[in-house]
Design a protein around this ligand. Structure first.
Ligand code: 6GU
Length: 281
């Protein structure tokens, strides 16, 4: 997979040289190219921002440097493809635009993007990029405006680090163990959209604290059941919205009993609501 990032803070993307993503790059599984937006400015001060039309606080990123940068990067991909024998044809990039006003970045979107051959990220500073840039490339490319959560950051660089890590770990051969993401919290289907429960390792006693007996019992059925109950407990505490949304078909009889013991009650449609609140009406 090829990833291009255009930013006024290339050094902010240094963590892409470390750990999982760094290793994937070193192994040739990821081709990451970080570009300085100011390379596509032509004035002495390398200006990338200007005041907003209509007034208001802050600055807006000018369209011209973004247009030149994106054209150059897209052209470079076309030229590289032509020079490769076989020439594969139209490997189009997906343009990922980080913005707090975007669609939520979810595990589902990470999976979808991990299947693309080429992603271009455009992290912005200030109040964002002149809208015409998103319109211009929206006419030619698949453009995704994406937010990583309900809070406001000073720029899109940290979101790019978040998204690239979520995507890179899904690429074939990047995680050591192919099974490793089957049980991920939020993996579609997997543990039916429950949060993962607690984990333990050696020593068997630490500061007077032991390990749950069942985990050293060697009884695989009981261990799986215990883990499932712990997942239900944690999800009930931390993300009750996930229990409310849970597909009734994903819950077995024991799950239902566990949820009832946690104060949930089953509605007429099989979905759960917290006791006292109307459900399935
Ligand atoms: Cl993608 N950008 C910024 N600036 N703030 C955010 C965000 C993105 N996602 C959540 N907050």
């Amino acid at each position: 997979m090829r990833l291009d990032v255009v930013t006024i803070f290339p050094e902010y993307l240094e963590p892409l040289n470390v750990s999982l993503v760094g290793k994937a790059r070193a192994r040739g599984q990821l081709d990451v190219r970080v570009h300085d937006l100011r390379d596509w400015t032509h004035d002495r001060h390398h200006t990338v921002d200007d005041t907003p039309y209509g007034g208001g606080p802050g600055m807006v990123m000018k369209p011209e440097p973004w247009g030149e940068a994106l054209d150059a990067i897209i052209d470079s991909g076309e030229r590289e493809r032509e020079s490769e024998d076989g020439g594969e044809g139209a490997a189009e990039p997906v343009l990922v635009v980080p913005t707090p006003s975007g669609r939520p970045f979810t595990q589902e979107l990470a999976v979808e993007l991990s299947q693309k051959p080429w992603l271009i990220f455009t992290p912005a500073r200030y109040e964002g990029i002149d809208r015409r840039v998103i319109e211009e490339y929206g006419d030619r490319l698949d453009v995704r405006e994406v937010s990583i959560g309900d809070y406001v950051l000073a720029g899109g660089e940290a979101p790019v680090l978040v998204m690239v890590e979520a995507i890179a770990r899904l690429l074939p051969g990047v995680l050591g163990n192919a099974e490793s993401h089957r049980d991920d919290s939020f993996a579609p289907g997997a543990m039916a959209d429950l949060l993962e429960g607690p984990v333990y390792t050696k020593p068997p006693e630490w500061r007077g604290r032991g390990v749950p007996e069942v985990l050293v019992s060697g009884h695989h059925g009981k261990i799986a059941r215990w883990r499932r109950d712990q997942a239900l407990v944690r999800t009930s505490q931390n993300r009750p919205d996930l229990i409310e949304r849970c597909d009734p078909a994903a819950l077995d009889k024991h799950d239902r009993e566990t949820l009832e013991s946690l104060g949930w009650s089953e509605g007429t449609d099989g979905r759960f609501g917290l006791a006292g609140e109307a459900v399935g009406e």
